[in-house]
Design a protein around this ligand. Sequence first.
Ligand code: PEP
Ligand code: MN
Length: 263
Amino acid sequence: LASREVKPEPSIIDVCGVKFGGENIPVIAGPCSVENEEGVIKTAEFIKAAGAQMLRGGAFKPRTSPYSFQGLEEDGLKILAKAREATGLPIVTEVTNPRYVDMVYKYADMFQVGARNVQNFALLSELGKTDKPVLLKRGMSTTIEEYLNATEYILSEGNKNVILCERGLRTFETATRNTLDISAVPVIKEKSHLPIIIDPSHAAGHWQYVGPLSKAAVAIGADGLIIEVHPEPEKAWSDGAQSLTPTQFLKLMGSMRSIALAI
Ligand code: PEP
Ligand code: MN
């Protein structure tokens, strides 16, 4: 169902009026984790003023260690809903377990499935039964064929609103957190009608590479970006090293706009 052979024309996925897969390149931004109401609302207002069209923030965090901060759960979802009320930005947030789908559904405008859950087929099937869009991230060692097969678990249940996201692969290189597989964009566009966006933050792992990778994403024809922004990255509860400050984000939005105009 994800294949171009079944549907030759590109799919445009509409998330509360934000369209992925068409002419525009929407940018989703926000903190890795939802930490507190004031910080999330401040960030949402800033990224909106800078031109972002959706807010991200994790309330359920799939951390490597069970002893790390796991997210504010429903309290975090409530904070995201308040930020949407304050700014009008639709929200995307991660769901990590089929038993939380109903809860996250109440607050989110789009579900996020993280890299670690790309082949959590029980979760994917459950999301396929809902009517909200799903941002399905590629795993750190998922082939494109495996990735597109994972989308079928959602599509075959009836939910046709799937957006793909390349976020870097695990390779031998340690200078970056992951290696951004930029070629996934043209390969997936050839094989599938689904939109594909880029997450430069989790690929880079270090804020100073987020700008160059974002510009490459725009130039190669990605259908959007998801970028981590935190008011005080050095104090972030997760992924501070790869988070942009609001000022850095504003500057990046300006340079991405010039690339989009140049191509
Ligand atoms: C995230 O978006 O904060 C996240 C956990 O990403 P990934 O699943 O790509 O590691
Ligand atoms: Mn993160």
